[in-house]
Design a protein around this ligand. Structure first.
Ligand code: IPM
Ligand code: MG
Length: 356
């Protein structure tokens, strides 16, 4: 198969980790006889510097014309003082909205090799943990009207949801739950927010289409608490945009693997944008230190969800586990007695493991 992939390396360590991921994808292409064509485009701080805007229209167009998008990370202290209108993060929101990527999948997986990095006591985290946070990504308070009063002494942000927006993310989540443990937690703030009341009513209605999946509702504050109290009660979590932003960081961190976790942002036709959960780490950019694994695992999700290449995806995931088993560690995950390697060595080892 031939596939067109738009690369958006972005800022900080973005170019370092994208470069290694491209090597891994090329190894997949050679092994399975696929042709992956890459087109690089700019977004984030680097695009502000060069074009005066975080998301140039040419970047959005290149992404729209591709089969999938692979993104590194955007942002950095250099652009931190800019107003809301031209921050690097605007590129992310623009891509999400502009590409219609309403469904954000954030797996939170405990790598047995990194168990020591987990912040929970061993008896709470257990031997394995594998959660999936399904976050609504193009609605809610992120995209509602916002502003300041004329006097500047008050401000507002608006959270709104339509039934259609809730239905489509709910169906995605039920579809995923059906392929896993058939348990779905819907997280809201139904006791306070009107959007949450609409959310819960809609989720309950959609649930009738999935009688084989157990549905539970939980308030977001309680969910935040339950995640650290007993994470094993969850399997798939579905929630609105901002709750999902917060809970997905929490779920990622309890695995101790935030630097290892991938994400996918999808729409109905399986088109998707793939990026690591971590940020741009500008302090270590270009120094051959960054961990490329989260981005490489994001590419594995791309193979699975957008290209339907399950065997290829598993090959990449197995290659990652294989190099971890061999004791290779980048600086962020190294503990005494293990072999510390740089970004390039980690990428090459995984590419070699893919080649078999
Ligand atoms: C994320 C990030 C973004 C978000 C920021 C960088 C805009 O935190 O992808 O979770 O809030 O969605
Ligand atoms: Mg976030």
């Amino acid at each position: 198969m031939q596939k067109q992939i738009a690369l958006v390396p972005g800022d900080g360590i973005g170019p370092d980790i994208i470069r290694e991921t491209v090597e891994v994808l090329k190894a997949v292409g050679r092994r399975f006889r696929h042709t992956f064509c890459f087109t690089e485009c700019l977004a984030g701080g680097i695009a502000i510097d060069r074009y005066g805007t975080a998301l140039p229209s040419s970047t959005l167009e290149t992404c729209q014309m591709s089969d999938a998008v692979l993104l590194g990370a955007v942002g950095g202290p250099k652009w931190d003082d800019m107003g809301g209108d031209e921050r690097p993060e605007k590129a992310l929101l623009g891509l999400r909205a502009g590409l219609g990527l309403f469904c954000n999948l954030r797996p939170a997986v405990l790598f047995p090799q990194l168990r020591k990095a987990c912040t929970l006591r061993p008896e709470i985290i257990g031997d394995e943990l594998d959660l999936m946070v399904v976050r609504e990504l193009t609605g809610g308070i992120y995209f509602g009207e916002r502003g300041r009063s004329a006097a500047g002494d008050s401000a507002f942000d608006t959270m709104s949801y339509t039934v259609m927006e809730i239905e489509r993310i709910t169906r995605m989540a039920f579809g995923i739950a059906r392929k896993r443990k058939r348990l779905l937690h819907s997280i809201d703030k139904h006791n306070i927010l009107e959007t949450s009341r609409l959310w819960r009513e809609t989720v309950k209605r959609v649930a009738r289409e999935y009688p084989d999946v157990e549905l539970k509702h939980m308030y977001v504050d309680n969910a935040a608490m339950q995640l650290v109290r007993n994470p094993h009660q969850f399997d798939v979590i579905v929630t609105e945009n901002m709750f999902g932003d917060i809970l997905s960081d929490e779920a990622a961190m309890i695995t101790g693997s935030i630097g290892m976790l991938p994400s996918a942002s999808l729409r109905h036709d399986n088109f998707g944008l793939y990026e690591p959960v971590h940020g741009s780490a500008p302090d270590i950019a270009g120094k051959d230190i960054a961990n490329p694994i989260a981005t490489i695992l994001s590419a594995a999700m791309m193979l699975r969800y957008t290209f339907g290449m399950e065997e290829e995806a598993q090959t990449v995931e197995r290659a990652v586990l294989q190099v971890l088993d061999a004791g290779l560690r980048t600086a962020d995950i190294v503990t005494p007695g293990e072999e510390k390697v740089g970004t390039r060595a980690m990428g090459s080892a995984i590419a070699a493991a893919v080649a078999g």
